[in-house]
Design a protein around this ligand. Sequence first.
Ligand code: PLP
Length: 386
Amino acid sequence: MSTAAPRPIAFFDMKAQQALIRAEIDAGIARILDHGRFIQGPEVDAIEAGLAAFAGASHAVGVSSGTDALQIAMMAEGIGPGDAVFLPAFTYTATAEVPLVLGATPVFVDVEEGSFNLDLADLERRLELVRKEGRLRPRAVIGVDLYGLPADWPAIEALCAKHGMFALDDAAQAFGGALGNRRLGTHAHATALSFYPTKTLGCYGDGGAILTNDADRAELYRSLRTHGEGKTRYEVQRTGMNGRLDSIQAAILLAKLPLLEGELKARARAAAWYESHLAGRVRTPQVAAGSSSAWGIYTVVLPDAEARARVQDSMKAAGIPSAIYYPKPLHHQPAYAGAHAEGIAGGPPPLPVSERLCHQVLSLPMHPYLGEEDVARVAAAVLAGL
Ligand SMILES: *Cc1c(COP(=O)(O)O)cnc(C)c1O
């Protein structure tokens, strides 16, 4: 029997990918050191064109982070005090932070057990409550494609169209996912991407982008990311921010984008391996018919917190990393509890699925460089802990 230690399994693996493109990255950075246009250099224009083409969107606007992508998209709509913004209670904090920073009120909506994404029936119920109370104007829905699984965009779009609301896709974990034959990026009025290093397309720092098919919105986003500038640099048309993507991060993305198509296939392959080992034993992520996940994060649902703790211990003993996204629903976070109570003054209905999932979800290693043996080892450690 071999006594060699098994090869370590990374939760996200950025090193394997870097080894493939290191020379290109070095050359790209060297070019920027030579030309010296560190901000808004030609690399930013090039990656914007590449992102738009990849997603099939008419416009891509590079920005400084996924959070700023959400913020700029909301600023462009003039969303602020007195406005209700509907978003899932089970997501990353940034989704809820942005409406609050702009003075708007987040209204937390429950999610579906199976897809982890917005529950449309609950969204409609809360929208009706806000409309009846008449204190807040329903202005926007931020749908999140959690873990890479596309939300029900046709239904969200239809609801937004009916009530004159802005549909914003927080696709920070889902770049590359698709509904039908259309990738995420054109299903909402605007789509926010994050290039945080561990996302499906990541840079080596902070970065993000906004995708849209609307030329007027794209122009506004370009203005807002540069302090609200007008046609000329020192004409300030509106209150904006410093929300630019820098040239070096754009060069990293340019080196990585050609790998993305193949990496998405490799993630889907790893997900299928997980499914073959785990289906029937734990609840595995279910992708709705006709859509495809970007598999940004691979998350299973365990019966309860005790079972999850046992599985985590079992994985830890086998030297395999795991993570909990997210341990608390946003309406229980100290920063958001007040806003939650205020959103529906008559008393917001409970959010049972979001509250339950926080005790049940466990994310397993997921990246394009996982081998079949790696997945088998992870799965064995999960099953041993049940
Ligand atoms: C990562 C993430 C963001 C924020 O992106 P940053 O680039 O880190 O600002 C927003 N929403 C979701 C769902 C995310 O996962």
